[in-house]
Design a protein. Sequence first.
Length: 431
Amino acid sequence: MLATSTFLLSRSYLLDQRESGAQRQTFVNARLVRDALAVGGSDVSGLLSGFRPDGRSDVVVNVADRRYSTSVAVNESTVPNDVMTQVRAGGAVSRIVDIAGRPTLIIGVALPEVSAEYYEFHSLEQLAGTLDALRFALTVSALIASAAGALLGLVASGRVLRPVNRLGEAATHIASGSLDLRLEVEHDPDLEPVATSFNAMVDTLQDRIQREARFSSDVSHELRTPIAAMSAALSIARRRQRDLPEDVQQVMNLLNEQLASFRSLTEDLLAIARVDAGLTELNLEAVHPAEFARQFVDSREDRLDLRADDSVAVVLVDKRRLRQVFENVVNNAECYAGGADVVEVRVHDRDVEIRIGDRGPGVEMDERDAIFGRFARGSATKAVHAPSGSGLGLALAREHLALMGGRIWVEDRDDGGSWFVVELPAVEDTE
């Protein structure tokens, strides 16, 4: 804006100055021609040749039926018709036109005393060159100033926003589970309270999570002893179950089922507590996913259809945890979807996908993420008459996969039911 306004003001000023000077010169020359024509026998051609000391202007004079010109480049036909009409009406006209590709200022003056018309052509090429040079200089200066201003603004905004960016990065890391990260308290009276409050909040959050993890771990450990005692006592009683009345046998069967569920819940709580406390240890091995899935299917009593892509791609996993993931997903299908019926192994976008399918009622779209939460149960719990699980199986599956760099989600099957998709990053075969 500054460059544009400077150019327009300069152009207007220079053009006004050039036009004012040309008009003064033209009026002086016109009076000389008028005086010369008033005196009969004057040499008009000789007089006109003296009007071009700088060689930058040409003159055309119309006297009755005679035409005088200082150059063959200009004549009566060079004068625009509207300019000639106004001059013949007795006025004075100033107009900028283009003659042979050159900007030219035409000034016409009527000389009614001698029945003549006077036209003077002033070249504006020098002024146009000056304006072009000024335009180029202002454009370059504007570009340089804009670039410097943008760079300065970027640096300044970066310095101002750096603490805010660090706050955002810290929040992202903390949301992903990195609770040991803290913000540096800088000597900034505006940002120091924010950093201090943020660090205090994270300290409180970390302490609360650790206390909850310790509580879950302690409770789970304490429960294992009475569960083991009850399991032993129930085992002894079941040996003589046939000698007991039928109603007592039904009670013992119910107790056995509930005790098994309680034992499973306790083991899941212990596993969750170890994950929360960061006490999990991984024994990573290179595994062929197709072969691993085949071994899992063969070890199951229920018949699962295996569709495996025998690819050279392998995954780096903890076998025990990956098997636990499979068990949890299949057990979940047994509880809520009538059981799993197929396992697919394939490579997709350089990752390995292991898809476990069932033909149950499916999972609602708004529940597909929630069912992987702790103690979460979908609406399918009410749709089937089956014993419900602890609500920790899928949560543990997601935690185990996250430790191994994988993830799990749910998709619809085209022929009904759901796919539980386990994705693991593929690595090069080291065999």
